[in-house]
Write a protein that binds this ligand. Structure first.
Ligand code: IFM
Length: 457
């Protein structure tokens, strides 16, 4: 069998997030988050579920750390629930909440697993949302204080920090499409939110560095390579717009290029911004956002193929078309397109030159259940991961400084507006009994990690 080797120091890991796995929603002083409120609002989550219990990781974290150790996993990306630390967003610190993460980090280190902590993976304290959430500058300021407290407490042991997970989702899914908490459908609010999220990142980076000496700090963006459905000028323009909306709106300011002028013009033309543009930007903000990071995290799941549309009610927004046959989609309805990861990594490397890159998430939703023998034979997930690992390796051959790869996700978990209907885990979770069963993909991943190589056939 031929294999593709990775560099010795390559960091293989798995990723999760607080609201998706922890449960214990009201324990030890945790405050309400926007996802508690949103998921309990009728009609917001497909199967009517919420994260109250989820994978009960809050109580079972030692078992989950032991499971990771048994799978040979050496790097774990998790997120911290802001409402556990500051139940009302700022002010009164909730020590038991902070202590939970201290115990988790200690257990990880004891198991030889390096913690990568994400400070914001969407569970904003509801009290801050009541004040306007990310549409308000004060939320960015509260985030900095929250980051300071967490980094001060864990920064002697956590040396890899991610400020935000997927600002596009926070702002666009949460404030424009309304599919995620807080569930608003207001483009202007979403653009203001995107700015305050990025601003909070820029403000927090130096604070984290000062509280966690020697730490590496970065941000994770979800990026989608875009291509036109046809050679027509209109489809090319639709692609430019989608790329600006999804990718450049976040990449450009983070790498010191300001917000893309073509997008500001598009947004003004569509009435998403006033004629004066993005008025929430204050002098100095763009320099703050452009703070030099130690790495960029990329979450990759799929590409977009774009066709222009002149439908007036869609405000001429480009339309995504599906070119791959349905058999090549995951259960999220996302096309499996491994080469998009290679293209994306090369593009970001060549155009933006981050010091270092991690794939902070990549994985697939397939609901393959345990068979009569108790085994979960999730061959499709193995093929998905293998092909994406190979694509990442090819990008590295092209010069991309990729330092690690985190599979989404360790456990089946609460998939936001899709509830528990989607299973991304390499470990099966029986939600009734909370039993964990490593799927075949987890066992396969263990051998990839131990060989530090991916079988190519
Ligand atoms: O489950 C999510 C995760 O929280 C953020 N990135 C995408 C995953 C799959 O949708």
């Amino acid at each position: 069998m031929s294999t593709l080797r990775f560099p010795n120091e390559f960091a293989w890991g798995v990723a999760t997030s607080s609201y998706q796995i922890e449960g214990a929603a009201t324990e030890d002083g945790r405050g309400e988050s926007i996802w508690d409120r949103f998921s309990k609002t009728a009609g917001k989550v497909e199967d009517g579920t919420n994260g109250d219990v989820a994978c009960d990781h809050y109580h079972r974290f030692r078992e989950d750390v032991a499971l990771m150790k048994s799978l040979g996993i050496k790097h774990y990306r998790f997120s911290i629930a802001w409402p556990r630390i500051f139940p009302t967003g700022r002010g009164r610190l909730n020590q038991p909440g902070l202590d939970f993460y201290g115990r988790l980090v200690d257990a990880l280190l004891e198991a030889g697993i390096e913690p990568f902590a994400t400070l914001y993976h969407w569970d904003l304290p509801q009290v801050l949302q009541d004040e306007g959430g990310w549409t308000r500058r004060s939320t960015a300021e509260a985030f900095v204080e929250y980051s300071r407290v967490v980094a001060r407490s864990l920064g002697d042991r956590v040396k890899k920090w991610i400020t935000h997970n997927e600002p596009w989702c926070t702002s666009m899914l949460g404030y424009m499409e309304g599919r995620h908490a807080p569930g608003l459908k207001d483009y202007r609010a979403a653009l203001a939110a995107s700015h305050h999220v990025l601003l909070s990142h820029g403000l927090a980076v130096p604070v984290i560095r000062s509280e966690s000496p020697g730490a590496e700090v970065g941000i994770t963006l979800n990026l989608v390579p875009a291509e036109p459905a046809s050679p027509s000028a209109a489809d090319h323009d639709a692609t430019r717009h989608f790329d600006g909306f999804f990718n450049r709106w976040f990449l450009d300011p983070v790498f010191g290029r300001h917000y893309p002028a073509d997008m500001v013009a598009d947004y003004i033309a569509a009435g998403h911004l006033p004629p004066e543009g993005l008025t929430v930007v204050q002098p100095g903000d763009l320099q703050t956002i452009a703070v030099k990071c130690d790495f960029l995290g990329i979450n990759y799941y799929n590409r977009a193929v774009l066709r222009s549309t002149a439908v007036p009610e869609a405000r001429n927004e480009p339309r995504k078309v599906f070119v791959a046959p349905e058999k090549d989609w995951t259960e999220m309805g996302w096309e499996v397109y491994p080469d998009g990861l290679r293209e994306l990594l090369l593009r970001v490397h060549l155009e933006y030159r981050p010091r270092k890159l991690y794939v902070t998430e990549n994985g697939a939703s397939y609901s393959t259940p345990p068979g009569a023998d108790g085994r979960v034979k999730d061959e499709k997930r193995i093929a998905f991961l293998r092909d994406h690992f190979i694509a990442a390796r090819r990008a590295m051959e092209g010069g991309v400084p990729l330092a690690g790869y985190f599979v989404w996700s360790l456990l089946d978990n609460f998939e936001w507006d899709r509830g528990y209907s989607q299973r991304f885990g390499i470990v099966w979770v029986d939600y009734a009994s909370q039993q964990r069963i490593p799927k075949d993909s987890a066992l396969w991943y263990r051998s990839v990690i131990s060989e530090n190589a991916v079988p190519t056939v």
